[in-house]
Write a protein that binds this ligand. Structure first.
Ligand code: FES
Length: 109
């Protein structure tokens, strides 16, 4: 698989099943989630009031991460807001995994 256009984000070993990990892509903090062995990355910023999503709990049963500030929840597979007070989706970043390494690329590239 080509790594052209992709940037190393972190190792899969850094994101245990059902857990989250913060990694940086350029100057953007991403929260990386291991949900059932699949990896997802969202911008680490709630769309309600910009709080760090990584500070909140991830529920491996529902696949949702909760913002601790006011309780908004987001589906980590899509970034979609699942309940108030957030209505806008969190920006999702494409990932790929190769040899234990998670690569990320710009969603707009
Ligand atoms: S800042 Fe996340 S719910 Fe308000």
């Amino acid at each position: 698989m080509s790594t052209e256009g992709w940037t190393v984000l972190c190792a899969t070993a850094e994101v245990l099943p059902g857990e989250t990990h913060v990694a940086w892509f350029d100057d953007v903090a991403l929260v990386v989630i291991n949900f059932d062995g699949m990896f997802y990355a969202l911008e680490d910023r709630c769309t309600h009031d910009e709080f760090e999503l990584s500070a909140g709990p991830f529920d491996p049963g529902t696949g949702q991460i909760e913002c601790v500030l006011h309780g908004a929840r987001f589906d980590v597979r899509s970034g979609e807001a699942m309940c108030a007070p957030a209505y806008e989706p969190v920006r999702k970043y494409p990932l790929k995994v190769e040899d234990g390494v998670i690569y990320v690329r710009d969603p707009d590239a």
